[in-house]
Design a binder for this molecule. Structure first.
Ligand code: KIV
Length: 297
């Protein structure tokens, strides 16, 4: 396999540095230096995130949809998440890696939650875990924190329970609903979460949350008041066909590029122009003559 030299934008080169710790993130929050978190699900995406210099990687359960082709995040299992998170760990040296607890892996009891959180740390080498929701999830978060594992909360649109929330839509758009989202944020903060993801919440409501909690806030579709932003790798790279959520900005069109590249290769195969001479191995003429002689005798 040949490797092309990577041309990095100036900013990314500046950001290539030592391993990111929770202390680094706290310092960034204190200095109002925005934190970049991206999802990754395998070795290549982890290498890209690492080389790009982001501070945090989320091995999101969105893998169920963008990698495994399910209609929701619900079906992905702990074993599948551990396999993906392990590959990410092998590819990313510097970013702080967060493993996303899948649906069914933490809700039933504190014991179940702690045991599965430990798997992310022990088997996959993650630095922290994330779980969704604010009610009993805050209790689970506190139990996991007590077991010595850093926890990221997730409020607003929580995809694992999207059906109960009325579908994939913004949350906290009425005074009562916003109060509920704020209450969830405060519960997770009190439970000891070091960070909270705020998803699909009006920017003005996010501002009220960010003012009131000590945890690092990471937004997705939640405006600019958070300490950082997260996006799904496949969304920001345009690796998917179809419509994006309102908050997505594509920084590349890799799906289209990949289709064009594979299609050009297929055409070359069909026209006999791939492989070219430069892709073939040679044998010394003397060796070939010897072989022919052996075969004909
Ligand atoms: O699973 C995921 O990718 C997420 C992000 C959308 C925050 O939870």
């Amino acid at each position: 396999m040949s490797t092309l030299p990577i041309e990095r934008p100036q900013g990314a080169t500046e950001r290539l540095r030592k391993a990111v710790s929770m202390g680094t993130l706290a310092e960034m929050k204190a200095n109002r230096e925005p934190i970049a978190m991206v999802t990754a699900y395998d070795h290549p995406s982890a290498c890209v995130a690492d080389a790009a210099g982001v501070e945090m990687i989320l091995v999101g359960d969105s893998a169920a949809m963008v990698v495994l082709g399910h209609d929701s995040t619900v079906p992905i299992t702990m074993d599948e998440m551990i396999m993906l998170a392990s590959a990410v760990r092998r590819g990313a040296k510097n970013p702080l890696i967060v493993g996303d607890m899948p649906f069914g892996s933490y809700e039933a009891s504190n014991e179940l939650a702690v045991a599965n959180a430990q798997r992310f740390i022990k088997e996959a080498g993650c630095d922290a875990i994330k779980l969704e929701g604010g009610g009993t999830s805050a209790e689970r978060a506190a139990a996991i924190v007590s077991a010595g594992i850093p926890v990221v909360g997730h409020i607003g649109l929580t995809p694992q329970t999207a059906t109960a929330l009325g579908g994939y839509r913004a949350q906290g758009r009425t005074a009562d609903a916003a109060k509920q989202v704020l209450a969830d944020a405060m519960r997770l903060d009190a439970a000891g979460c070091f960070a909270v993801v705020v998803e699909c919440v009006p920017a003005a409501v996010t501002e009220l949350i960010a003012e009131r909690i000590a945890a690092i806030t990471i937004g997705i579709g939640a405006g600019l008041a958070t300490d950082g932003q997260v996006l799904v790798y496949h969304d920001l790279l345009g690796m998917r066909d179809g419509r994006d959520a309102k908050f997505v900005r594509r920084y590349a069109e890799l799906y289209e590029e990949a289709v064009n590249a594979v299609s050009s290769w297929g055409d070359d195969v069909k026209h006999g122009v791939y492989p070219g001479p430069e892709h073939m191995y040679a044998i010394e003429p003397g060796e070939l003559a010897g072989l022919s002689q052996t075969l004909s005798s």
